[in-house]
Design a binder for this molecule. Structure first.
Ligand code: 26Q
Length: 763
């Protein structure tokens, strides 16, 4: 940890930075300047830290991911450097606050959602455990679009995050990537990742083109054919329309080719021969986006003289693959023709790998190249890595028994589970200091090093004073969120209402539309004179991929319901709907600590894990959820009294899909359901929203309902009614909160990373 012997010394360091940058004392700086100065100072301190020592077996990890959703770095890095409290106290003496300064830090949104944020949590834990490992990704100039609401619809705006005070350290390193017909230099920038409780730092390596395109005058339209300049311009949104995404393949090959060269370089620098790759390198492939690292490494090793079979064996020993999805339509396959255009040198290798895979199994379902000459990236990963893992217990079981069964039959020893985790440093210590203080006052601060120690809180479930003050912590966080909503969005909410929160990417399988049906139900109840015990505020946050029409239609419905409730004087005192604009990591850090009821309502079998469910739990929210993803493990850990579960089981759902046994219309005709769906076409809603959009959504819900919202909606309403009734017994609710916090330790990313290391990486 960084030690400044006196607060004075810290002040001197800060003064040196403000003097050099702004010729001012810290006191004379604006909040924006002070933010920049602190960013610069923590960046200097983090960058000065050495890499963790290599372990005795000399292995080093490279975590390859197309996305790293880092979020703001100032507070997190201050914490890792041991400076969070000293800086907070110093600022206080100056009459300033860290929270105010942070408003000026741009958020690097280099990811879509869960997968990208997981990668960021993992880097934090790898550094905190002092493991020798770096991230490898791309330096997108525009992260995920910025969301605006215009006329109750989503509009997308560019999100430039690179500013002079951003976190990139130039490294002077570059590699040449050979594409079909031209070469391109990959320039390496680093972000230093200081390890909490360590004196070392890891690195996030981000590759960029040497001569990036200038920002477009407006919008986010880049010339996707201008690969040399636009390759790193923007991050692809996660949507189901993948056709024609040639630039995406350019991005992927650029990342893995430069990354593979970096790995072989460092291997040589460490004094090891290329034929020892499998012994000295661990590569984790985060979903299929970096899968081309496999053929690329094989190509580079054979070019260095290794026989093909030996190169394959080394790569298989080095690489491991993580699967994050069971949605068949989300599995990446690329036309071989694309790869022939982008990286023709890989085509013969892919054909050889396909031939080799066919010698291992005659089952056409496990082939790499299909009859249409499409390359199944996940298939290549499973054949030519030594480990395939799912991200929650249920997800891994589903992979083994249904989605990837032919592979499991072929390679049972390769399959393993690594239930996701989140970093409690960002997601509890930094975002919820009030709760962190409450915990430490009761069990000491050992939990900040080992989250399993949170279990020591369990005896306090019988301590009335502790329960009372836990409720006060929650009330404090709800008031904090209310203030933020007022200042950022001009919306005033009632901190004494129940905060029911669903924040995640908008996807039909996550079923925000089912939550919207609950709003419609509650609206009708209130109109009929049946009011809830206390007001409810339903908060949503979600971005829809720009090309995902159904998702955008659901946003429209939610925003229309928001207007409906706001403008109806009978309803507004009892039911509010608020959708936060531009939901991102920064919003999450304010929403999660303020949550009472955590909505985790995906169709069972569809959410691989979920990770916000873990963050909510650790912050004392009670889950209302289906038995899906990691919710299953949450339910096991807290027991039935401390979670509200509902809905069809994953077995039932998988069976319905297999038989084609689900008929939305049958469920629509149930008396408790029809009026909810038909409300989409009611005069009240049509007066607010766009008729064509609402009609399209109504039709889809009634006739298709691919993710079975109508199957579960009545059970959902019943479960939410139970949860809201449970909330009214404040002491009993506080016990549920406490139990959730106490049992959340399992979901620390430190635990997850320790398992990756013990069972896959062996660093
Ligand atoms: C692929 C090809 C072309 C364009 C975009 C994509 C693409 C981009 C992002 C495909 C998928 C993603 C993101 C997936 C994701 O976030 N999955 C989530 O991963 C979490 C971490 O494991 C899980 O908790 C979630 O359940 C899972 O949905």
């Amino acid at each position: 940890m960084e030690h400044f012997d006196t607060p004075n010394e810290l002040k001197q360091r800060l003064s040196a930075v403000t003097a050099a940058r702004f010729s001012k004392t810290p006191e004379a700086c604006t909040d924006a300047e002070l933010c920049q100065a602190l960013l610069a100072l923590t960046q200097q301190l983090a960058a000065a830290r050495p890499a963790p020592a290599e372990t005795k077996n000399g292995r080093k990890l490279y975590y390859f991911s197309a996305e790293f959703l880092m979020g703001k770095l100032l507070s997190n890095n201050l914490l890792a450097l041991g400076l969070f409290e000293p800086v907070r106290d110093l600022l206080k003496t100056m009459g300033r606050s860290l929270a105010d300064l942070e408003e000026y830090e741009p958020e690097p949104s280099l990811g879509n959602g869960g997968l990208g944020r997981l990668a960021a949590c993992f880097l934090d834990s790898i550094a905190a455990l002092g493991l020798p490992g770096d991230g490898v990704g791309l330096n997108y100039h525009y992260g995920l679009f910025r969301q605006k609401f215009c006329e109750n619809k989503q509009c997308e705006q560019p999100d430039p995050w690179l500013t002079p005070e951003s976190w990139l350290l130039p490294t002077g390193r570059r590699y040449t990537v050979a594409f079909g017909g031209f070469d391109l230099d990959a320039v390496l920038y680093d972000i230093a990742i200081p390890g909490a409780q360590q004196c070392t730092a890891g690195r996030l390596h981000l590759f960029d083109v040497a001569d990036p395109a200038p920002a477009p005058a407006q919008g986010i339209d880049f010339d996707k054919r201008d690969v040399a300049h636009c390759l790193t311009s923007f991050l692809y949104p996660d949507d189901s329309t993948r056709d024609g995404q040639l630039l995406r393949v350019y991005q992927q090959y650029f990342m893995v080719s430069a990354g593979a060269q970096l790995i072989l370089d460092e291997l040589a620098q460490r004094g090891f021969a290329p034929e020892t790759l499998g012994q000295h390198v661990a590569i984790q492939i985060n979903d299929t986006h970096p899968s081309m690292v496999i053929p690329e490494l094989i190509r580079l090793l054979t070019a260095r003289g290794l026989p093909f079979a030996d190169a394959v064996a080394q790569v298989e020993a080095a690489c491991a693959y993580t699967n994050h999805t069971i949605l068949a339509e989300a599995l990446e396959t690329w036309p071989l023709e694309f790869i022939g255009t982008v990286a023709p040198q890989l085509v013969p290798i892919l054909r050889q790998l396909d031939a080799l895979a066919r010698t291992r199994s005659g089952d056409a379902r496990v082939a790499i190249l299909d009859a249409d000459d499409r390359v199944h990236m996940a298939h290549m990963d499973i054949h030519f890595t030594h480990s395939t893992n799912g991200v929650a217990a249920l997800h891994t079981e589903i992979l083994k028994t249904s989605e990837l069964k032919p592979f499991y039959d072929l390679y049972p020893e390769k399959f393993n589970n690594k239930t996701n985790g989140v970093t409690f440093r960002r997601w509890l210590q930094v975002c919820d200091p009030a709760l962190a203080g409450w915990i430490t006052a009761r069990i000491g601060d050992g939990w900040t090093r080992d989250a399993a120690e949170l279990e020591k809180l369990l005896p306090f479930a019988d301590d009335d004073a502790s329960l009372q003050s836990l409720l006060e912590v929650k009330a404090h966080n709800k008031r904090r969120l209310a203030r933020l909503l007022q200042s950022r969005q001009g919306v005033k909410i009632d901190p004494d209402s129940v905060f029911d929160i669903q924040v995640k990417r908008l996807h039909e399988y996550k079923r925000q539309q089912m939550n919207a049906l609950w709003v419609i139900w509650q609206y009708h109840e209130i109109k009929a004179g049946r009011r809830p015990a206390r007001p409810v505020t339903v908060l949503f946050g979600a971005k829809a991929a720009p090309a995902y029409t159904m998702a955008k239609n659901i946003i429209h419905l939610i925003l229309c319901l928001q207007t409906l409730c706001e403008t109806d004087p009978d309803v507004r005192p009892w039911l509010r709907v608020v959708m936060v604009e531009n939901y991102n990591v920064t919003w999450a850090e304010a929403l999660i600590p303020a949550c009472d009821i955590s909505e985790q309502i995906s169709l069972a079998s569809k959410e691989a894990s979920g990770t916000s469910n873990m963050k909510f739990m650790a912050n004392g929210a009670v889950t209302l959820g289906t038995m899906d993803g990691a919710n299953v493990e949450i339910a096991q850990l807290v027991g039935p009294d401390n979670i509200y579960t509902f809905g069809a089981s994953s077995d039932t759902v998988i069976d319905l899909y297999a038989r084609g046994g689900y008929c939305a219309l049958d469920h629509y005709h149930r008396p408790g359901v029809e009026y909810l769906v038909d409300f989409l076409l009611s005069p009240a809603l049509l007066a607010i929203g766009d008729a064509a959009t609402l009609h399209a959504l109504w039709q889809d819900m009634k006739y298709k309902d691919w993710f079975m919202a109508l199957l579960d909606v009545e059970d959902y309403i019943a479960a939410k009614t139970r949860a809201l009734a449970g909330y009214e017994d404040r002491a009993a609710w506080a016990k549920k909160m406490l139990t959730n916090i106490a049992r959340a330790g399992y979901f620390s990313a430190d635990r997850t990373i320790a398992q990756y290391n013990a069972e896959i990486w062996h660093l």
